[in-house]
Design a protein around this ligand. Sequence first.
Ligand code: SF4
Length: 433
Amino acid sequence: MTQIERARKGELTEEIKEVAKAEALDAEVVLERVAKGQIVIPANKNRKTRVVGIGKGLRTKVNASIGTSTEIADLDMEVEKARIAERYGADTLMDLSVGGDIVAIRKAVMEAVSLPVGTVPLYEAFAIAIEKYGAAVNMPMELLWEVTERQCEEGVAFMAIHCGINRQTVEMLRQQQYRFGGLVSKGGSYMVAWMEHNNKENPLYEHFDRVVEILKKYDVVLSLGNGFRAGAIHDSTDRVQIQELLINCELAELGRQMGCQTMVEGPGHIPINEIEANIILEKKMSGEAPFYMLGPITTDIAPGYDHITAAIGAALSSAYGADFICYVTPSEHLGLPFPEDVREGVIAARIATHVGDMIKYGHKDRDKEMSKARRDMDWTRQFALAIDPERAKEIKTKRKSNNGPTCTMCGSFCANYILSDMFRIDLKDSEKE
Ligand code: SF4
């Protein structure tokens, strides 16, 4: 049985207890939300991983996507990226490899980290089809089921599956007649090409029950992918994106009824004033299924800094109720991320989700502790509270101050130091909010 099926029977699984403990919540509350499909726990029966809960009332989680391309396929680098993602605090990892020995890379990545690992099985199926049958559009449907099941057997914890693309949404896109950014989802574009070439319905939509049955066997979380997400600010929240969201929300309900843990994926590129509406729609239409936002990227004009454009979107998204954020690295739109990009992306997303959770849940204690440590110039405590202690320590150490406990920013003009003689004791004792 899956976590959702066990929760519906009232079973407090070890995973539910762990999630409750990690989030300082009552286990019965977590149980109820897992049963309703408002919390998912990606924990494949075939692979022991760190237990991570995603959904209502839980800290917003961060996913780091890694993986090869057809241009750069270096197994060792992917393993290094996976380790860096774990070391700097990602909650989950997605291996989106499309180049090299995809199976070997996934295996090595899963051996290297304890994080739950997600995939897009469509990528491997299309990669095999290109190699074996000459083109992605020649992919036989059976291949797709085989690849999906094999990845489940290997221990993949969650899968982005593009079920919400169907002939109606493709037709809607055609009638809309414009899209500045076209389609930017790899799986989505290939699937539309497959449907057009074969004049067939998307098998992932048409045979949704088969998708669910395969994933359920291993308790893999179904992440309903958004193949029609906007890849340009000017395309966001258009008819086809919302139609796909509507279909995914219906499928999320259906999947849960069938006993499969499900979540829904969101944008994409989006201006900040549209983020809240997208989250309200997803939550209302899906019965509060966990919402997995990709970035989201909030302006198109900052290549090289898209970890920042996405962090702005991620902070607002988590504040408005998104549950899970896929990081974006500085190399987005420019090239395959290298290990240092992964670190930047993870840290930026963690800062953003913390900022969002402050608003969503009022989690401000750590900030208060940091303020006190700054006031007291307690550098050890400041490093311990920092999201990236290594970076903070490195900067401080390289710029040694000649003025006692101050730093080189103000030196002898240090406001903390000047006031410390006059107010330190009063300030410390008052502990004002
Ligand atoms: S020198 Fe300036 S920046 Fe550094 S601790 Fe003092 S007030 Fe803060």
